[in-house]
Design a protein around this ligand. Structure first.
Ligand SMILES: NC(=O)c1ccc[n+]([C@@H]2O[C@H](COP(=O)([O-])OP(=O)(O)OC[C@H]3O[C@@H](n4cnc5c(N)ncnc54)[C@H](OP(=O)(O)O)[C@@H]3O)[C@@H](O)[C@H]2O)c1
Length: 308
């Protein structure tokens, strides 16, 4: 099956391409290939010419604090009356709203021309973190700019009239990528002897990217539609996660001390508190996701195998 993919050069997308590059005929949309999702005409030309029936849309601006700094400028750009000027500003400035919402609008418009299905990758951050658990039926209420722009993307996809899937994940990690994910960032710092203050009043469900890719493959193959949560099956605090990382990587856990969200994120973008997303829908399809312990073990195994 031919699949057009945006974001295939990123943390999650590269793993999708590594694990499933033989199962799908992937057509890459990325800036190095000269296709910028902010450029309406370029994206329209690329997508409408392709015979692929499905677009996997993963491209995003993902750094939460960098996105927060874009908010003011984004609002200025959105107030521009002239559409061409707006497009030019988004292309030049690559702001959060530009990439996550305007770019998604461009992808959707191009999909509409040739009636392609769209699979949009989204985030646990669309929720405000005030509920104990979140299912796919819960209404998002994003509290920072990154999350607001991603939720905009979700709404654009949902209101497009296209066949769609929205797949939300949380705190992704894997064995190897050029940029450290949170697991390897913690392991890296501990291995250099740095002390770490880790938050005890935030709940997350870290997602092993290999599981995510496998689940996504099954959902695509089954032709599923609608919203799906695809996250790790163990909820824990960043402090507990750091202790487990130290144990699994055989590093000094005495370097890790406790802090609160309020202290840790002072001066940064607001963060939701309890992000315990539930995987009930994929569970009903028989798809299983690793616990954090299982995912970490597999990450360490894969790293060890690479060094043999
Ligand atoms: N990372 C997380 O913690 C996290 C958590 C939950 C959900 N997610 C979601 O998962 C998805 C993938 O995230 P990730 O962490 O793998 O992303 P990432 O590593 O930050 O990579 C971003 C991707 O977006 C592409 N991109 C950015 N601007 C573009 C543009 N103007 N035109 C075309 N492509 C562009 C980049 O391609 P270039 O090579 O062209 O730069 C790159 O492939 C995103 O939708 C994100 O919101 C991520």
């Amino acid at each position: 099956m031919k699949v057009i993919g945006t974001g295939l050069t990123g943390l999650i997308g590269t793993r999708f391409a590594e694990l499933l590059g033989d199962s799908y005929e992937l057509e890459f949309i990325n800036q190095e290939n000269g296709v910028n999702i902010l450029d309406r005409e370029a994206i329209l030309n690329f997508i409408s010419v392709s015979k692929a029936p499905l677009v996997l849309h993963m491209a995003a601006k993902t750094n939460v604090d960098v996105c927060e700094q874009d908010m003011y400028r984004d609002k200025e750009i959105l107030s521009l009356k002239n559409e061409k000027e707006m497009e030019r500003a988004f292309i030049e400035e690559k702001t959060a709203y530009g990439i996550n919402a305007f770019g998604t609008q461009n992808v959707v418009e191009a999909c509409k021309k040739t009636n392609k299905k769209i699979v949009y990758i989204s985030t646990d951050f669309v929720f405000d973190g005030t509920k104990k658990h979140y299912s796919e039926d819960d209404k998002p209420n994003p509290i920072n700019w990154y999350a607001k722009t991603k939720y905009e993307g979700e709404k654009i996809v949902q209101n497009s009239g296209l066949e769609y899937m929205i797949v939300r994940l949380a705190y992704p990690y894997r064995a190897l990528f050029e940029r450290n994910d949170f697991v390897r960032a913690i392991a890296d710092k501990l291995s250099k002897g740095f002390k770490l203050n880790m938050v005890t009043d935030h709940i997350m469900v870290p997602t092993f990217i290999d599981d995510f890719v496998n689940a996504l493959d099954i959902l695509i193959q089954k032709g599923e539609k609608g919203i799906f949560h695809v996250v790790g099956s163990q909820a824990l605090t960043p402090y507990d996660a750091a202790i487990k990382i130290a144990e699994e990587f055989d590093l000094e856990k005495e370097l890790i001390s406790k802090t609160t969200r309020k202290e840790y994120f002072a001066g940064k973008a607001p963060r939701p508190f309890c992000l315990n997303l539930k995987n009930a829908k994929i569970g009903n399809l028989g798809i299983e996701m690793s616990t954090f312990d299982q995912g970490l073990r597999e990450v360490v195994n894969q790293i060890e195998r690479m060094h043999i």
